[in-house]
Design a protein around this ligand. Structure first.
Ligand code: MRU
Length: 350
C-alpha cells in the first residue's frame, strides 16, 4: 500500500512531492510561507481536492511560524489575511481548500497569542490524519458496495487521479480500488488518461502500478467501447465539490462517463470525504469551474499539436448530476441515489 508524502510538515516547513515531475522523478520541494504554498497549489505541485486542503492547512501553519519569528503579531487575523487570501484563491473548484482554511480560522483568535502557530500546526496535522482515516473508511464501504461477480473478479474504470497522491494518503476512488483488492480474487483497473493534464496516465497509472494493481491505460474516448463490450463492472471516481443536492464536480470527462455508465447499467460511484461536500452550494450549476491555460490543449510534451490560431476552451472540471450517481461513498457510509435529504442526513450522523 502506498503512502506518499503529498503534503507534510518537516523541519518547520511544508514538504510536498512535486507531482509535475511524475511519473519520471520523485522530487520533494519545501515551502516556507503561505504565498509559496499557494503558488505550489496554483502550479499543480500538489493537486486533488483533499490534498490541496491539507497543503493549505500546513500553509497556514508555516505562515504563522514565519510571522511569529520576531514575536507574535498584535492582530493574528489581520496578519494572516494576505496569506489566507492567497491560499483561498489558488484554485476555485475544490471546496476542501476553503473547508480547511475555515476550520483553522477560529484558532487565530482567543487563547495565548504565542500559541497560535502551534495550534494551527496541530490542527493541520489533525486534518491530515483524519483524511487518511476517512479514505480508509470510504475505501472499505465502497469495496463492500461493489457488485460481487461469479468468479470473484472485477474490472473498474477510474478517471483522473483520486488516489494517495490526491489526498493525505490511500485515496478516495483509489482507496475503494485498494480495498477491493482484499475482497475480490482479482481487480483489474482501467485508468483513463485524462486529457489534457494526463493525471490518469501520469499519476494513477504510476501509483497503482507501485501497489502491484493490474492497471490498463486507455484514452478518454475509449470508455464507451469498453462498457459496450461488458469489460467494466463499475466506474469509481472522486470529486472536487459535491453540492447540497448531490451533483458532483470532478475532473473534466467525468460527466460523459456517468452518461455512458447509465446507458450500460453500470454502477457509477463517487467517493469523497464529507469535507468535499459543500452544503452552501445548492446545485452543481453553482459550482465554479476552473478554466486552465490554452497551452494545455494546444501542446503536448512542450510541442504544439494544434493548428495555429484555433480557439481553445479548457474547463478543468465538469458536473455529474446526482441522478446519474449510483452511490456517494463517504467515510460515514454509502448513500445510494444521493439527494438533498440523504446528504443533509450524513452531516447529522455521529
Ligand atoms: O485538477 P486536479 O488534478 O486537482 O483534479 C483532481 C480531480 O479532479 C480529482 O478527481 C478530485 O480532486 C478527487 S481527489 C480525491
Amino acid at each position: 500500500m502506498s503512502i506518499f508524502d503529498v503534503a507534510v510538515w518537516k523541519d518547520g516547513r511544508v514538504r510536498m512531492m512535486d507531482q509535475r515531475a511524475l511519473p519520471h522523478e520523485e522530487i520533494y520541494l519545501t515551502f516556507s510561507s503561505a504565498q509559496e504554498v499557494a503558488g505550489a497549489i496554483r502550479a499543480m505541485v500538489v493537486r486533488g481536492a483533499p490534498a490541496i486542503g491539507c497543503a493549505a492547512a500546513f500553509g497556514m501553519a508555516v505562515e504563522a511560524f514565519r510571522l511569529a519569528a520576531n514575536g507574535p503579531p498584535d492582530n493574528w487575523p489581520a496578519a494572516m489575511a494576505p496569506g489566507m487570501a492567497a491560499l483561498r484563491d489558488s484554485r476555485p473548484t475544490a471546496i476542501n481548500l476553503v473547508w480547511a482554511l475555515e476550520r483553522l480560522r477560529p484558532l487565530l483568535e482567543g487563547g495565548e497569542p504565542d500559541r497560535v502557530p502551534d495550534r494551527l500546526l496541530c490542527e493541520a496535522e489533525a486534518i491530515r490524519q483524519e483524511d487518511i482515516e476517512s479514505c480508509r473508511s470510504m475505501g472499505q464501504f465502497g469495496a463492500d458496495f461493489l457488485p460481487m461477480t461469479a468468479d470473484r473478479t472485477i474490472a473498474l474504470l477510474t478517471h483522473c487521479n483520486a488516489g494517495a497522491l490526491a489526498t493525505a494518503g490511500y485515496g478516495t476512488a483509489l482507496g475503494v480500488i485498494r480495498a477491493a483488492t482484499h475482497r475480490f480474487e482479482q481487480v483489474r483497473v482501467y485508468a483513463s488518461e485524462t486529457r489534457p493534464y494526463l493525471q490518469g496516465a501520469r499519476l494513477t497509472a504510476w501509483e497503482l502500478l507501485k501497489d502491484g494493481i493490474d492497471t490498463t491505460l486507455i484514452t478518454d474516448g475509449m470508455a464507451g467501447h469498453l462498457m459496450s463490450r461488458g469489460m467494466v463492472q463499475a466506474v469509481v471516481v472522486g470529486a472536487d465539490r459535491v453540492a447540497a443536492n448531490g451533483d458532483a464536480a470532478n475532473k473534466i470527462g467525468t460527466y460523459p462517463l456517468s452518461v455512458l455508465a447509465h446507458r450500460h447499467q453500470i454502477p457509477f460511484l463517487v467517493a469523497c470525504p464529507l469535507s468535499t461536500i459543500d452544503l452552501a452550494t445548492a446545485t452543481g450549476a453553482d459550482i465554479p469551474i476552473e478554466e486552465r491555460p490554452a497551452e494545455e490543449v494546444t501542446h503536448c510534451l512542450g510541442r504544439r499539436t494544434a493548428a495555429q490560431g484555433v480557439k481553445v476552451f479548457n474547463p478543468a472540471f465538469d458536473v455529474t448530476p446526482a441522478a446519474l450517481i449510483s452511490a456517494l461513498v463517504t467515510e460515514k457510509g454509502v448513500v445510494t441515489a444521493p439527494d438533498r435529504e440523504k446528504i443533509a442526513h450524513l452531516f447529522d450522523m455521529p
